[in-house]
Design a protein around this ligand. Structure first.
Ligand code: SAH
Length: 226
């Protein structure tokens, strides 16, 4: 899966996608012996500012019809999209490219949607808004879908885009270890504990439930309600 993020703040996002599991999934890994594990995901960033034809690199304008704040101009975003996937003719023809616009008014994103997108597409383009949002014609021109990460308003689409990349990546085979994948399928993971077996905080003792320490897996599964 290739994620293409269109954002005015690529560096903010890159710090997240380069770390930990997502970072590892973008690298070719050399295993034991001659074993080489290919990468499972790619993440590319495009800054609309780099595609602005205005001499001041302007990317926003006042809204038509009045109203507060500024709106992101369509053209630099459309050019960024063109650079990202415009040349992927066969993927576009095969319906393997999905374009998403981050919006608090969009379809609310869920794990089920993450699974579906991971299965169906090779390219996800995630367009991040800022200010009062994006000129509505971007959605029209690109046939994009508006997606929300929840019923609240953020200052930008970067966190939503990262949320979607993170969650979709977890559904791609090989991104998680087998154990984690298994845990993901058990939708309702319960509480977890690790060392020490007795935590002392402000003179009070907090022990790990006894059942987890005795090594009886049948009992542990029962305790976990499985
Ligand atoms: N009044 C504007 C608010 C824009 S918030 C509006 O109703 O659209 C600025 C940007 O943050 C949006 O363009 C969108 O890309 C992003 N954003 C904010 N909240 C979001 C949410 N819950 N889900 C997805 N994107 C969101």
């Amino acid at each position: 899966m290739h994620f293409h993020v269109i954002t005015l703040f690529p560096e903010v996002c890159r710090a997240y996608t380069d770390a930990s599991i997502l970072g590892r999934a973008q690298k070719v890994e050399k295993g034991k012996g001659a074993k080489v594990k290919g990468k499972q995901i790619d993440v590319s960033y495009y800054n609309p500012r780099d595609f602005s034809t205005d001499k001041h690199k302007k990317v926003d304008e006042r809204p038509y019809g009045g109203g507060p704040g500024m709106v992101m101009i369509a053209e630099p975003i459309l050019k960024a999209w063109q650079k990202a996937v415009g040349g992927k003719t066969s993927a576009l023809k095969a319906g393997k490219v999905k374009t998403l616009i981050m919006s608090p008014r969009g379809t609310v994103f869920t794990n089920t949607i993450a699974k579906k997108w991971a299965d169906e597409y090779d390219h996800l383009v995630l367009i991040s808004g800022r200010y009062e949002g994006i000129d509505a014609r971007v959605k029209e021109v690109l046939g994009a879908e508006e997606v929300s990460v929840g019923d609240y308003v953020l200052t930008g689409g970067e966190l939503p885009a990262l949320t979607i990349i993170d969650s979709v990546s977890r559904q791609i085979p090989g991104v998680l270890g087998t154990f984690d994948s298994l845990e993901d399928d058990r939708a309702t993971e319960g509480v977890t504990y690790t060392r020490p077996d007795v935590l002392v905080y402000k003179k009070k003792k907090y022990p790990v439930p006894e059942v987890l320490l005795n090594g009886n897996h049948a009992e542990i599964e029962k305790w976990r309600g499985r």
